[in-house]
Design a binder for this molecule. Structure first.
Ligand code: AMP
Length: 286
């Protein structure tokens, strides 16, 4: 595995030859865990060469304390990435991606970015402008054929798919199912900041989503009943959710009734000091 920092080093390594098959890319913010490992392993099975980036993107944080306290572990990350099959590990500096200052200038429609995590009471619509800006710059530097994203960040996946279509990029976006701890908690770099009590409390989130999924499979058609059930279980466990919503996984439009198509049931909640998100795709009965 080669480790590179500047954009020019990356270009030089990529120009050396790409091996057989497509170039795969896994963008991350570092503090890698088994969820990231799954994305990298999938890329290494499906691609000739795999690039992984680790960059804590300042333009997607609305809170300076959150940005400052985001875990940074480049040495451990490089080891995990290499073991999972990464060929090129890129840790850009801020100036490599933002040579003209920290401005987010790539956006997709508000319909996708001002709801759920993009709502004012969440992270605000600028959050996804930060995400699309950095991913578009990372894509421009890496020029992948296939890019891998986690379904855990379902809204991000929908936003990146839209950006790729809007810009007519020749990149296939592959979503990878959420990797969970054995007790059900979705893996996240932020879990490192949960103390034992909060972690236990946080388990109510995957439990509630599982129950809702079972209700849908047993024939519950009203998404209002499903979201109310989730909300109730969370509150019962001392968690005040930021949102619990049922939406179309592609255009994120609200869905009132199970309609035979997959429905995204998404949750955000702050537990202890840590903001967590999770979701499940409801299949329902047609
Ligand atoms: P992050 O470093 O949190 O920005 O995540 C980098 C990529 O890993 C994103 O595409 C995430 O959706 C994905 N990811 C994060 N956590 C998980 C998980 N538990 N399972 C699968 N993918 C994940």
């Amino acid at each position: 595995m080669k480790r590179v920092t500047s954009r020019s080093e990356l270009s030089a390594v990529l120009a050396e030859g790409s091996g057989d098959g497509p170039r795969g890319f896994v963008p991350t913010m570092g503090a890698l865990h088994a969820g990231h490992r799954e994305l990298i392993s999938r890329a290494s099975i499906e691609c000739g060469r795999v690039v992984v980036s680790a960059f804590v993107n300042p333009t997607q944080f609305d809170d300076a304390t959150d940005l400052a306290s985001y875990p940074r572990e480049p040495e451990a990350d490089a080891k995990l990435a290499q073991a999972a099959g990464c060929d090129v590990f890129w840790t850009p500096a801020v100036e490599d991606l933002y040579p003209d200052g920290l401005e987010a200038d790539v956006r997709v429609t508000d319909d996708l970015t001002s709801v759920l995590c993009g709502a004012e009471e969440g992270r605000g619509p600028d959050h996804f402008a930060g995400v699309t800006t950095v991913v578009s710059r990372l894509f421009d530097a890496v020029r992948p054929d296939i890019a891998y994203f986690g379904e855990k960040d379902a809204q991000q996946l929908a936003v990146i798919r839209r950006m790729t279509t809007d810009q007519q990029l020749p990149i296939e976006i592959r979503g990878i199912p959420t990797v969970r701890d054995p007790d059900g908690l979705a893996l996240s770099s932020r879990n490192l900041r949960l103390d034992a009590r909060s972690r236990e409390q946080a388990l109510a989130i995957p439990r509630a989503l599982r129950e809702a999924s079972e209700m849908a499979m047993s024939g519950e058609r009203s998404t209002d009943s499903l979201t109310r059930h989730v909300r109730h279980l969370l509150i019962e466990n001392g968690i005040e959710p930021e949102y619990v919503e049922a939406r179309d996984p592609d255009d994120l439009a609200p869905v009132a009734e199970m309609n035979g198509r997959p429905v995204l049931l998404a949750v955000a909640a702050t537990v202890g000091e840590v903001r967590l998100i999770d979701n499940v795709i409801l299949e329902g009965r047609s």
